[in-house]
Design a protein around this ligand. Structure first.
Ligand code: NPG
Length: 368
């Protein structure tokens, strides 16, 4: 297969409600969708999980467009390639996993459309629907009542697990309130690196609430801190931002810093590296789950395919499209009894609807 054209569509999707984490609030999803065209007429789509600003990670949308244009896209143009070759072709460029992952997904989608296979089947799917969790941000008004009302909506909608965002000053009280109201609901927390080792004893209070896991309490490079908290707490420690590759996950687990892995394909350089992390963890008996980054239908479709692999034994941040968007670029993903059906069509199984794409696009950049 030869790639003969690449375009980036920058889209703005208003969120149905603000999404606040320990690193900031989002009101609009500002996303890059990558479109590749092949010499034999197939089109593939990929989504980049970078944000407009370097807050969750050092990558950000404007930089992604530059690194794609000047360094990544030129390495895949016009040559005969398969999706498995992409990581190697891009290897001379350091870093930028979100940019390379988006390009790889678009190429993978185009390739699978040419062979007629679904991404789920190609990755090794073992189930036709996936259990869905939902991530609940910190209320903009810092009010427990607002939090409880939002969680109640998701519980009524059938979500199978609730994840609460926490930060210093917003941790034990909201977790206690939600746990008291829903004693049997699978519950977990995500700190997005907001704490440091001085908070160890405070965070250990969360052991009282029967959490599935505590996610990324400390800075992504504080491996010793994560090992200390894994030793101190009964609640399993899950890593997200610290997770870079299968090789680094093996080290994190071996070192005792990580009990559970949040796999975000768009953050680790693509779905093939994500599968490698999954395969490693499955072999080691370490549970994994599929993270989310407010993806449009393009990235959501691919995440749901990934979450259908055998090792994804915990519900993912694979919510319905309506959790974030009133209007999506693809047909929306809908929750049925707390689950979403895995797409079975060729490639990622969905395509941007031309009219929606046109309405939501704020800029289009022709890269090649
Ligand atoms: O369901 O897509 C979703 C959102 C899940 O909380 C979620 N994502 O830290 O994992 C995270 C967080 C995030 C969102 C991080 C956007 C970065 C950008």
């Amino acid at each position: 297969m030869r790639i003969v054209g690449v375009d980036v569509h920058r889209c703005h999707l208003p969120l149905v409600r603000p999404f606040r984490t320990s690193f900031g609030s989002e009101y609009v999803k500002d996303v890059l969708l990558i479109e590749v065209r092949t010499a034999d007429g197939f089109v593939g789509w990929g989504e980049c999980v970078a944000s407009p600003q370097p807050d969750y990670s050092y990558e950000f949308n404007d930089a992604v467009v530059l690194v794609l244009r000047d360094h990544l896209v030129p390495r895949v143009m016009g040559i005969d390639l398969r999706p498995e070759d992409v990581a190697q072709l891009l290897a001379p460029v350091r870093g930028h996993p979100m940019a390379r992952g988006a390009l790889e997904l678009a190429i993978l989608d185009a390739y699978l459309r040419s062979t007629g296979e679904s991404l789920a089947s190609y990755l090794g799917s073992v189930r036709s629907e996936v259990d869905c969790g939902v991530s609940v941000g910190i209320p903009d008004d810092d009010s427990l009542d607002t939090l409880m009302a939002e969680v109640a909506v998701y519980v009524d909608e059938g979500y199978r697990r609730i994840k609460l965002k926490i930060q210093p000053g917003w941790d034990v009280a909201p977790v206690r309130a939600v746990r008291e109201q829903w004693p049997d609901m699978p519950l977990q927390v995500d700190a997005n690196q907001a704490y440091d080792r001085h908070h160890l004893e405070h965070l250990a209070k969360l052991d009282d609430f029967g959490l599935l896991l505590i996610e990324q309490p400390f800075a992504e490079d504080d491996l010793f801190g994560h090992r200390l908290i894994a030793e101190r707490m009964a609640t399993p420690v899950c890593l997200d931002e610290s997770v870079l590759s299968a090789a680094n996950v093996e080290a994190l687990i071996d070192y005792g810093a990580c009990d559970i892995v949040n796999i975000k394909a768009g953050r680790v350089g693509g779905y093939l590296e994500a599968k490698a992390i999954h395969d490693l963890c499955l072999g080691l008996g370490v549970p994994v789950w599929c993270g989310g980054m407010l993806e449009t239908g393009v990235g959501r479709a691919a995440n749901i395919a990934l979450a259908s692999l055998a090792g994804f034994t915990l519900p993912g941040d694979t919510s319905a499209s309506s959790r974030f968007f009133a209007r999506d670029v693809t047909e929306p993903f809908v929750l049925h009894d707390g689950r979403i059906t895995v797409p079975t069509g060729p490639g990622i199984g969905v395509t941007p609807i031309p009219q929606m794409l046109a309405e939501l696009t704020v800029a289009r950049t022709h890269l090649a």
